[in-house]
Design a protein around this ligand. Structure first.
Ligand code: NAP
Length: 300
């Protein structure tokens, strides 16, 4: 973009409270956010490892495959939508020196302590950092975003009025889409998400492995389980693995799930055992031991 065009674009965006948002990682979730951002009037550009030129065009998004070109477009916001596992490599490969100094970096990773630490470590001090987690995705957020939680942690936002405004405008986009805005530290997020989101994905994947099928007498409860299976199976295994690997609270929750399942199974089997014993004793009060299943001997 020429200097003149860039200045005009900046003036226009300032006036209209619109941003230019550069999405890094244009997979499932990157495209999902791009669609709404673009619809709300923000300028959206995208870059990714793969070729998403057609998808970008369909969403009215500028496709900029080259990372240098992407940064030279000077987006107000760099929105990291890469997989959890690849984010460090993706971030390190960005030519930061080509961005404008007050760029706001925002991530949407489903774990939060990890990208917070990563961005604080890698990003130059002159850029701003916000960690966010939209608690919905292309399935649960296919319709209205009304009331859907949007977690955010303004990790490092400069006091300068322009920087504050970019951060506020970015958050306002989600607010205006109807999201329930939840300010929360990354650490609190990971504690809570391990026992909610990670468990949801785990149970969904476990049930998915059972090959459950819809039938004529489905209850509402069973239909919600089928929905859960569908939702979790639409997310990549890499995403799920990231929830486990990059959230230190996940192992404990997995252990609790296993213990709880073992306990329930134990309750069932102990009752079954008691019932079987009672039945045995009642049926043959005189010679129960001799008539125990598998026994061939009879008492005198
Ligand atoms: P994902 O599998 O977690 O990530 C796919 C994205 O990561 C693609 O843009 C892909 O780029 C990029 N990527 C993967 N490996 C890469 C590598 N080695 N080098 C460079 N880029 C690589 O699926 P997703 O659903 O789109 O999620 C994206 C992010 O959003 C994740 O961090 C996830 O935690 C977060 N999030 C997802 C949801 C959801 O419902 N899906 C909700 C909230 C937050 P290419 O396709 O170009 O290879």
């Amino acid at each position: 973009m020429s200097f003149d065009r860039e200045a005009k674009q900046a003036a226009k965006e300032d006036q209209a409270q619109l941003l230019s948002v550069g999405i890094v990682g244009f997979g499932n979730f990157g495209q999902f956010l791009a669609k709404r951002l673009s619809r709300a009037g923000h300028r959206v550009l995208a870059t990714s490892r793969g070729d998403y030129s057609e998808q970008a065009q369909a969403l009215d998004v500028e496709w900029v495959p080259d990372a240098d070109d992407f940064c030279e477009e000077h987006p107000d916001v760099v929105l990291l939508c890469s997989s959890i596992l690849s984010t460090e490599a993706v971030l390190r490969a960005l030519p930061m020196q080509r961005l404008k100094r007050r760029t706001l970096f925002v991530d949407v990773l489903s774990v939060k302590e990890f990208p917070k630490r990563l961005m604080l470590k890698i990003l130059p001090p002159e850029v701003d950092i916000m960690c966010t987690h939209p608690m919905f995705g292309p399935d649960s957020g296919a319709g209205s975003w009304d009331g859907l939680p949007f977690m955010f942690d303004e990790v490092r936002i400069g006091e300068d009025e322009k920087r504050q405004r970019v951060a506020k405008t970015f958050l306002d986009f989600f607010r205006q889409e109807g999201c329930d805005m939840v300010p929360m530290t990354c650490e609190d997020h990971d504690r809570q998400a391990a026992s909610s989101q990670f468990i949801t994905h785990t149970v969904g994947r476990m049930l998915g492995g059972m090959g459950l099928e819809a039938g004529a007498i489905n209850t509402k409860g069973f239909n919600s389980l089928l929905d859960l299976v569908g939702n979790t199976e639409n997310d990549s295994f890499e995403l799920y693995y990231g929830l486990f690997m990059y959230n230190q609270n996940a192992t404990e929750e997995l252990d609790k799930l296993e213990e709880s399942f073992a306990e329930i199974k134990q309750q069932l089997f102990s009752r079954l055992h008691d019932a079987a014993r009672k039945q045995l004793l009642l049926e043959d009060p005189e010679g129960a031991a001799g008539n125990a299943p598998g026994s061939t001997e009879r008492g005198p």
